[in-house]
Design a protein around this ligand. Structure first.
Ligand SMILES: Nc1ncnc2c1ncn2[C@@H]1O[C@H](COP(=O)(O)OP(=O)(O)O)[C@@H](O)[C@H]1O
Ligand SMILES: [Mg+2]
Length: 424
């Protein structure tokens, strides 16, 4: 079959790498892809939100499966666009429809969903511009620190953790009355601060049955020791030692089953991935957020631990036969180190020539923000490459990924050398 992946980051590179290995995949296309995805398939110069362009390409190239990488096209309704089109409606899309994508697209929607289905999550209340005064009063009783979340998509910037009442009131005012995050903060969720260690759990579902993919821990801060500004993600490790079988069983019973059943009860179809961001507090899972797609850079580590045919699993999701499919997970450890551009996550350097990737043998170099200038591979994004290793034990995996990252060079190159070492 011919498969189209939408997206251009490290996540999509890892999907492409895995899908290209499947005997079921004939031709693989990545739209728009990056300089690395051409190793696995053909790049197509289309934006992920250009639905008409995607339509033309899909029909012209006999695509029989579309895998959506990022959240934006899902929240904008790419799956619904297919279902509402006579010629596209039988071409399966992996990724939820617009309504279900609200689990990520609206923090308020996801909190209401969790409350309704008794899924453990922090206490909260939602406010709008009209109820700003009540919000300011609510903050005086909410306790500190307190978490303020812009309701809509804010590219990972819409969550503020405030340590004083003055700061919280100021931020709430800016978000609601001054549109600090644009339309995304026209509604704000105020929630209780949870302490603990974060964990990412991934579920694949066809709306009826589900499979739990390898869990992962990601590292969001730019600096070593988890310091400095937030980024899109600086590395990931899978498995996560504290997420043992007993803990994951708790996650399954308290979070995963009620989530899948809750969607069913609410009559919300869901074919795709559910990324559950958890806080582990004293051995209990609390949901921080849902995402309606896989994580980046978690996908890079997760794909390396899947030993079964990924296209077969995707078909199971698309056709509603996921319960008949086999998911084999490697017991080995996968580690991913993300290499970023100088200056990132602030204004960063671009168009720098990347050298040294030919020296990497033990790890896979997944491209993220890369392109070509004809002769050279150059940097174009903030997150440039993701170096992923699979080894028998965690120490070796962490060391190998870090060592391999240091074999690559571009002007301004930076990566964290401590990814995963806190877990040892
Ligand atoms: N209730 C909470 N308690 C403590 N930390 C939180 C809470 N909610 C969010 N955070 C922190 O903020 C980060 C971003 O919040 P999240 O809901 O995942 O939003 P997004 O990923 O959309 O920016 C989380 O990864 C976590 O570190
Ligand atoms: Mg998050």
């Amino acid at each position: 079959m011919n498969i189209l992946i939408l997206g251009s980051g490290g996540r999509e590179s890892a999907f492409a790498w895995k899908i290209a290995q499947s005997p079921k995949c004939q031709n693989l296309f990545i739209a728009p892809g990056n300089a690395g995805t051409t190793q696995y398939g053909t790049n197509v110069n289309l934006k992920v939100t250009d639905f008409e362009g995607i339509r033309t390409f899909v029909l012209g190239n006999a695509i029989s499966l579309v895998l959506v990488g990022p959240e934006e096209p899902l929240v904008k309704g790419v799956h619904d666009f297919f279902l509402n089109d006579e010629q596209l409606k039988n071409i399966p899309v992996v990724g939820p429809q617009q309504e279900a994508a609200q689990l990520e697209g609206s923090k308020d929607f996801s909190k209401q969903f969790m409350e309704k289905h008794n899924i453990p999550t922090a206490a909260y209340k939602t406010f709008t511009r009209d109820t700003l005064q009540e919000g300011l009063t609510y903050l005086t009783t909410a306790g500190l620190p307190v978490v303020l979340k812009a309701d809509g998509l804010a590219a990972g910037k819409g969550v503020l953790i405030c340590t004083t009442l003055e700061e919280a009131q100021q931020e709430l005012t800016e978000m609601l009355a001054e549109a600090k995050f644009g339309e995304a903060s026209s509604r704000v969720v105020i929630e209780q601060f949870l302490t603990g260690i974060e964990l990412s759990v991934f579920v694949m579902t066809d709306g009826n049955s589900y499979k739990i993919l390898p869990e992962a821990k990601d590292y969001k801060r730019i600096g070593e020791g988890d310091t400095g500004l937030n980024t899109g993600g600086m590395g990931s490790v899978s498995p996560v030692p504290f997420a043992d079988a007993a803990y994951l069983k708790k996650v399954e019973e308290k979070v995963i089953i009620p989530t899948v059943e809750g969607l069913k009860k609410d009559g919300i179809p869901y074919k795709g991935f559910i990324f559950i961001g958890l806080m582990n507090s004293d051995g209990e899972p609390w949901v921080i957020e849902y995402n309606c797609r896989m994580g980046d850079p978690e996908t890079e580590s997760v794909m390396r631990r899947i030993d079964s045919d990924f296209v077969d699993l995707l078909q199971g999701v698309a056709e509603g036969s996921l319960n008949e499919k086999e998911l084999i997970i490697s017991p080995k450890t996968a580690a991913t180190v993300v290499m970023v551009a100088g200056g990132y996550p602030g204004e960063y350097l671009k168009n720098k020539v990347i050298t040294g990737t030919e020296n990497i043998h033990e790890s896979i170099v997944f491209h993220a923000g890369t392109s070509t200038d004809g002769d050279n591979v150059i940097t174009t994004g903030g997150r440039v490459l993701a170096i992923t290793t699979l080894q028998d034990n965690m120490f070796n995996a962490l060391q190998q990924a870090t060592a391999d990252a240091s074999r690559i060079y571009y002007d301004g190159m930076y990566f964290r050398r401590d990814i995963g070492f806190d877990l040892l």
